[in-house]
Design a protein around this ligand. Structure first.
Ligand SMILES: [Zn+2]
Length: 256
């Protein structure tokens, strides 16, 4: 692949990562994503353009606000770097007449996953706006490249199966098991993964969640009463299914 194009894709990833940081901060607080301009949450110092350059500004500011020296989370440069690395990795795989389209599609899915992942860990919510964005993309792609039965059945299983399990759980225990955000995410993923893919996702994310939950509780890292956000497990499994499709299908051989 053209080196210049690869550099451009990576820089584009850095910029998008910087935008994702704004989304991660603003979406859960319900702040408009375009206005007002970013400011230090403590002293309200408006962040100048040269303090907002991906990764470099964090190093230059030594991870502190230039006015009040409040620490800036290391998560900011990490989100920028991770997005850039993804763009770098996906760019050479986007070839052929639909290269640009493929690149933008996979990058947008990754970005939506990353925002969901971090927001769910921090606030235990999966913002509806991100799920709707994913749903629209998956629906349009489904219309173009799949028979309607694939996405329609996939989406119905993604919505219906977790809903049924939650309802049974509620009848038995009087508690709500899965969150509404998790169920909506399953439904939307079903549109893209199809019937088999979404069943695999539900099964594997529950398995992964259970294993990690048991380990965290046994190692006393968290208390039994503390809820563990479930979204990250769904997103980890879906990432393998979507971005490492071949690797994922090889792995399935080992799962009974
Ligand atoms: Zn400040």
């Amino acid at each position: 692949m053209d080196k210049l194009l690869l550099i451009f894709s990576t820089l584009f990833g850095l910029l998008i990562g910087s935008f994702l940081n704004a989304l991660i901060y603003r979406l859960p607080l319900g702040i408009n994503i375009a206005y007002p301009r970013s400011a230090c949450p403590k002293c309200k110092h408006v962040i100048a353009w040269y303090e907002n350059i991906p990764v470099l500004s964090f190093i230059y500011l030594r991870g502190k606000c230039s006015e009040c020296h409040t620490k800036i989370s290391i998560l900011y440069p990490i989100v920028e770097l991770v997005t850039a690395i993804f763009a770098f990795a996906i760019a050479p795989r986007s070839i052929g007449p639909t290269a640009l389209f493929n690149f933008l599609f996979f990058l947008s899915v990754f970005c939506a996953f990353l925002v969901h992942f971090i927001v769910d860990l921090k606030h235990q919510i999966l913002p509806d706006s991100v799920t709707i964005y994913l749903g629209l993309m998956f629906f349009v792609i489904g219309l173009i490249i799949r028979p309607w039965t694939f996405w329609a059945i996939g989406g119905s299983i993604g919505l219906g199966f977790p809903l049924l399990v939650s309802w049974i759980f509620y009848l038995l225990r009087g508690q709500v098991g899965l969150g509404g955000g998790d169920i909506k995410l399953f439904a939307v993923l079903g549109l893209y993964l199809g019937p088999m893919g979404i069943i695999q996702n539900i099964f594997l994310s529950c398995l992964l969640g259970a294993v990690v939950g048991v380990v965290l509780i046994a190692s006393k890292a968290i208390k039994k009463e503390n809820p563990i956000p479930f979204g990250p497990f769904i997103l980890i499994v879906a990432s393998f299914q979507i971005f490492a499709e071949k690797w994922f299908s090889d792995l399935l051989i080992y799962i009974p």
